[in-house]
Design a protein around this ligand. Structure first.
Ligand code: SF4
Ligand code: SF4
Length: 85
């Protein structure tokens, strides 16, 4: 994961490579874990800290493993994830 830039930018938890940028809106995220469970490449890990909402949120630490399937974006019930390239 050396070529992954991971950062928190305001409400956004971002994992970025030259190929893709995955962002999680931690204001919208309720911490249900669907994205962690269903991402086929295990891109996400839970945050250690709590969000403003008081839940752990996903961090796209393995963004370099992302295959751009957009499952996470489609299945997040709170429309909190955006996958862009
Ligand atoms: S699926 Fe959406 S609401 Fe659930 S943990 Fe992932 S980002 Fe948060
Ligand atoms: S687009 Fe697919 S591979 Fe990439 S983080 Fe989302 S679910 Fe995982």
């Amino acid at each position: 994961m050396t070529n992954v830039e991971v950062k928190k930018d305001g409400y956004l938890s971002i994992g970025k490579t030259e190929a893709v940028e995955i962002s999680v809106d931690t204001f919208l995220c309720k911490g249900c874990g669907i994205c962690l469970e269903l991402c086929p490449r295990k891109v996400f890990e839970w945050s250690k800290e709590l969000s403003e909402k008081g839940v752990h949120y996903p961090i796209p630490v393995n963004a370099d493993k992302c295959v751009k399937c957009k499952l996470c974006e489609l299945l997040c019930p709170d429309f909190a994830i955006a996958v862009k390239w």
